[in-house]
Design a protein around this ligand. Structure first.
Ligand code: NAD
Length: 493
């Protein structure tokens, strides 16, 4: 592994990494640490401090103090800090991509080609937006001088999953900072490395102490006290639907606003007039990207009966040629899944799916990679059969998809909308009118046409029903989510 790493990455990983609170690196009050494991080999990459409620309290109190000065800056001054951070992130993008690949197990080509540059673009997007945003508006009311004033909340808490640590950090935290809030971040305990490295870079570009704070640790030990702290003014949670419901209920007790970005079980509908090669490329990519550990990806493939055999032949050929290996290796196209537990989950789903009567279209499962015996590798698997199967209905979060043949548009739409998830789906056809009609009838936050996993700043991304609530990310609305509204009114005459 060391052969590939930049000197900065080697240096960062060479010592125990403390928490980042009030602009300083301090060990947790309890002195506890946790090992960060390389999913490509099963060996330890780093040791990080592991916090609890005492550390959260320090972080939130610190962030609350820092809020006074940070919120008093002009949007242009905050944008200057953020643009300096973006420059710094860019200059260290290779190190960031390596840390992300090492920590999550994701292919370096993806981390370097997408995750890191796209995350950096987010910083510049919200820096610009903050300068041009509307911090109030006049209300045209009879006999009244009235207006809406928008101001930041104060301390915003963030709880993240392990699959896209860098991008999720940027998509969620940057708009909050740009709007003038200070932040306390709980990264996933499995993958905290790029979040901590970003703190190091934020420190180097002079982002004031206390504006960004990170406490690493388990959900109940760190996430719960962060939500319950009286000075935490809002929460953004990204993670599974099950934990999301608990988070919503905890936020409801306070009560504080809560943005939830949750799980998914996306469908792709492939009509018989689709560009099959494109659909194959997009959908094979959908389950190999990040080893299928992508909330919005397409894992239910609904294929018109006229092209089913042709599609299956092409997609299985494509998937069989996927280069599986350690994430950090630039030749790898698909890395391992993130942990032993996740590997077990993905394999258990395969067993349960088969037990419930599914048939293998492509046999996959546990594989070993030469020289990396301890890694958590799974090769892609495709199942087919009745949609009343656990693998059609539940989020597997691995390189797997369930295929179902359909005859009519109505039948396909019924299958798409048969689950409580509502994150993202796609439709493939050369008939764009049909694509738009089908896209509109999909019950979800996002419908994509002739592509899957489509992201851009300015294109709102979020889920509904079991996939999320509270506004989503990546759009101007996300920025305004981090400003509270106050009306000011004076009766006239
Ligand atoms: P998870 O729900 O198990 O954990 C997410 C975070 O919540 C972790 O930091 C965890 O420590 C914390 N947590 C767990 N229990 C908690 C509690 N009781 N109180 C406070 N915090 C708690 O999810 P995961 O396994 O880390 O990530 C995978 C899930 O994330 C998938 O379901 C995936 O679809 C979802 N996800 C959604 C999006 C989106 O944008 N919609 C993006 C990425 C991932």
């Amino acid at each position: 592994m060391n052969d590939f790493l930049t000197p900065q990455a080697k240096q960062f990983l060479s010592q125990s990494i403390p928490q980042f609170i009030n602009g300083t690196w301090i060990n947790s009050e309890s002195g506890k640490t946790t090992d960060v494991i390389d999913p490509s080999s099963g060996s330890k990459i780093a040791t990080v401090s592991s916090g609890d409620a005492q550390d959260v309290n320090l972080a939130v109190v610190t962030a609350d103090k820092a809020f006074k000065n940070w919120s008093a800056l002009s949007p242009a001054e905050r944008a200057q800090y953020l643009n300096r951070l973006a420059d710094k992130l860019e200059s260290e993008s290779e190190t960031l991509a390596q840390l992300e690949a090492l920590d999550v197990g994701k292919a370096f080509v993806n981390a370097d080609g997408f995750d890191i540059p796209f995350g950096i673009e987010c910083v510049r997007y919200y820096a610009d937006l903050a300068v041009n945003a509307d911090y109030g508006k006049t209300l045209d009311l009879k006999d009244m001088d009235a207006r809406v004033h928008r101001a930041p909340y104060g301390v915003c808490g963030f709880i993240f999953p392990w699959n896209f640590p860098f991008d999720l950090l940027m998509w969620n935290v940057i708009p909050a900072l740009a709007a003038g809030n200070t932040v306390v971040i709980k990264p996933a305990e499995l993958t905290p490395l790029t979040t901590l490295y970003v703190c190091k870079l934020a420190e180097e570009v002079g982002i004031p102490a206390g504006v960004i704070n990170v406490v690493v640790g388990a959900g109940r030990a760190v996430g719960t006290p962060l939500i319950e702290h009286p000075k935490t003014r809002r929460i953004s949670f990204t993670g599974s639907s099950g934990v999301g419901k608990q988070i919503a209920s905890m936020c409801g007790q306070r009560p504080i606003p809560c943005k939830l970005e949750l799980g998914g079980k996306g469908a792709a509908v492939i009509f018989d007039d689709a560009d099959i090669d494109n659909a194959v490329e997009q959908l094979a990519g959908a389950i190999t990207l990040n080893t299928g550990q992508v909330c919005c990806t397409a894992t239910r493939w609904l294929i018109h009966e006229n092209i089913y055999d042709q599609f299956v032949e092409k997609v299985t050929t494509k998937l069989k040629s996927t280069v599986i290996g350690p994430g950090i290796d630039p030749k790898t196209e698909m890395g391992p899944v993130v942990s032993q537990a996740q590997q077990n989950t993905v394999l258990e789903y395969l067993d349960k799916g088969l037990t419930e009567g599914a048939v293998e279209v492509l046999a996959g499962g546990k594989v070993s990679v030469n020289g990396h015996d301890g890694g958590y590798y799974v090769s892609p698997y495709l199942l087919t059969g009745s949609p009343n199967n656990i693998c059609f209905k539940e989020e597997i979060f691995g390189p797997a998809a369930f295929l179902v043949k359909f005859k009519t548009e109505g039948e396909a739409l019924e299958l798409v909308n048969s689950l409580e998830y509502g994150l993202a789906n796609s439709v493939f056809s050369r008939d764009i009118e049909r694509c738009n009609r089908v896209a509109e009838q999909m019950i979800a936050g996002n419908s994509w046409i002739n592509a899957h996993n489509v992201f851009a700043y300015g294109l709102p991304y979020g889920g509904i029903n079991m996939s999320g609530v509270g506004g989503g990310v990546n759009s101007p609305e996300t920025f305004y989510d981090y400003l509270r509204e106050l009306t000011i009114a004076r009766p006239l005459g």
